[in-house]
Design a protein around this ligand. Structure first.
Ligand SMILES: [Zn+2]
Length: 242
């Protein structure tokens, strides 16, 4: 799938971490494609369990070692489980503090939890904290608050879904604030909706955005790539190699 993506001109992919079990497979994949794949480090909200403090210790140890481009995915997910809200809030706050300490952007997973996440970002936002609300599907009001904090909106396959309403929101958002993502293997864009998603399919999301913005797809690709490179500080040496 990585080769498929590279063949389609997708040169840079960021991998979110989930928990301590996913670190090694993620790093192995990054080692196989060191110029194309960049890892994040974090504890995903759906994997905040009783042992989350131990898990956060592992996250911190890895961040100390370096080589990561973001703290992610972190956030709050009340779709799958509402019982651990307190623990999820605590894990999010502690990982925001790590991001500030290590000077890394955060990649936020927000599901059925806009108010809860907004409250925490509001309390911790400063001009140093950067990040992205990944797979954003909210309202224009929510988008404006995110932009005001200096955060980006991660736009994925939902943009291609009929009646998602996301097209109307994105229409009014300046492209400076947008990065593209697939969320593979989830949220597969049309025309492959229902099948397993992969990074190569990002072109369908870019195509839809090009239609909405009435711009050539090349311009969409360049702008959103620049935004992502800047946010994640992908080293210039990586750029010059191409
Ligand atoms: Zn997510």
């Amino acid at each position: 799938m990585v080769r498929n993506a590279i063949a389609e001109g997708i040169k840079y992919m960021l991998l979110p971490n989930i928990d301590s079990q996913t670190i090694q497979p993620m790093l192995d994949l990054c080692a196989a494609f060191p110029e194309n794949i960049f890892p994040m480090m974090g504890l995903h909200p759906t994997d905040v369990k009783e042992n989350y403090s131990d898990e956060l210790e592992i996250v911190k140890n890895h961040l100390e070692k370096g080589g990561y481009y973001a703290v992610g995915e972190i956030g709050i997910d009340l779709y799958w489980d509402k019982t651990r809200l307190k623990e999820q809030q605590d894990a999010l706050i502690r990982q925001i503090q790590m991001a500030k300490y290590f000077n890394l952007p955060i990649v936020l997973h927000v599901r059925d939890s806009f108010d809860e996440v907004f409250e925490i970002i509001d309390a911790h936002a400063d001009n140093k904290l950067k990040g992205v609300f990944h797979c954003f599907t909210g309202t224009i009001k929510q988008a404006e608050r995110i932009i005001n904090w200096g955060f980006k909106l991660g736009i994925g396959g939902v943009l291609t879904y009929k009646n998602s309403g996301l097209d109307l929101v994105v229409k009014d958002i300046p492209l400076d604030h947008v990065i593209l993502e697939t969320d593979a293997p989830f949220l597969t864009p049309k025309p492959f909706r229902g099948k397993r998603n992969e990074s190569a399919y990002i072109k369908y999301i870019a195509q839809k955005l090009a239609e909405i913005k009435n711009l050539p797809i090349e311009e969409i690709a360049e702008l959103t790539t620049c935004n992502a490179m800047e946010l994640f500080k992908i080293p210039v040496s990586q750029l010059l190699k191409r």
